[in-house]
Design a protein around this ligand. Sequence first.
Ligand SMILES: [Cu+2]
Length: 465
Amino acid sequence: MVSLLGCLETKNESKKLAEIDINKLPVETAKLAHAPEVPPPITRKEPARIKIDLETKEVTQKLADGVDYTFWTFGGKVPGPFIRIRRGDYVDFTLSNHPTSKMPHNIDLHAVTGQGGGAEGSFTAPGHSSTFSFRALNAGLYIYHCATAPVGMHIANGMYGLILVEPEEGLPKVDKEFYVVQSEFYTKGKFGERGLQPFDMEKAIREQPDYVVFNGSVGAMTNEHALQATPGQKIRIFFGNGGPNLVSSFHVIGEIFDNVYGEGGTLINQKNVQTTLVPAGGSTMVDFVADSPGTLILVDHSIFRTFNKGSLGMLKIPGEHNPSIYTGKTVDSVYLPEGGAIQKMPDDKKPVVATVKTLEERMEAGKNIYSQNCAACHQPAGQGIPDVFPPLAKSDYLMADRGRSIRVLKNGLQGEVVVNGKKYNNVMPALSLTEDEIASVLTFVRGSWGNKGDAVTVDDVRKAK
Ligand SMILES: [Cu+2]
């Protein structure tokens, strides 16, 4: 009964919020902050109309010492910026996709009540902008992420961040707020292997990351980048888990959380907590007082991730070390990452590749490969996006030259091409598909959506140079 009443109340409140005339609201531009910073608390007592501009950009940056990675980002960094609004605010959200992007992107904000959390209204091809608006009906701390297919890949490449919707009365005041997001990276090379590391889809599907990190890279919050506080300060950590796969056992070595806002809701649902569970695509808020000077260590207490994969951050509280609370070995000797080398398993067995034989099997396999690898750009029914991604449905370019279409898939394509009388001048990346996969996907696209081509065999693919 009580819960039913509660539920009805929330409904009525949401209705009231939705009735506020958006044209009478004061207009503001949202203040965004990059991790570990948090924009200041909102002091407004009334809702506002908030303008948010976010840019998606693909950038190559450091993942660990000596290791680079091409991140797909919101705002040029991982995680994307912290967004802070107030319940009842009406948000005009513009997503711009940088012209140098290879991929279309969008945004699903878990704070949005509406189709795809905004994903549908924000789907944006490179060099374009999209705007949609939403009302913040629920307070809480929410993940946002890209939801363009293949969704897992966009998240795995760095596309997530946090949006805080403050309750009308605000959150209890603290002295210092930090923004931390955990996530995993899946690379072709093992942990620490030097150079520019590409994304590894196989490992991502198996949920076996090489890196588990806080704020986008190994060491983003250690040593000279450590978080700083002074003794006695009340501290709040806004903690998100971008995933894409792992659940975090968030713990701060040397502290106890006085308050936990479980799963990023607005209720303090537990006090005096050691480790709190944060689901993938979820969040938490924790409050504690930095009572004792020293270096607190933020970890995922699934502990191999911390010592071998990077999920380690530091919060330094200067002052005289208090040996009755924190003694023994120094931090550096205890927490020196051991690396991933010892984790290699013997792999002397070769995988058995399932061979596709009949035309039906080829079409079926090709359809799957298409939806996972091509649909994000060429669109689910092969219709393409004007000026950016050429159509495959009824494409004269595709159908005119079988060998050429095989080469497009083997090597990628750039420079000007003319498809059905329209010019395109973009980049199609080489997708590193196997010969078998190329045969299947080409058989599928050349035999679908009104295209009437013959099957492409592995032998054809092998011969095309
Ligand atoms: Cu994306």
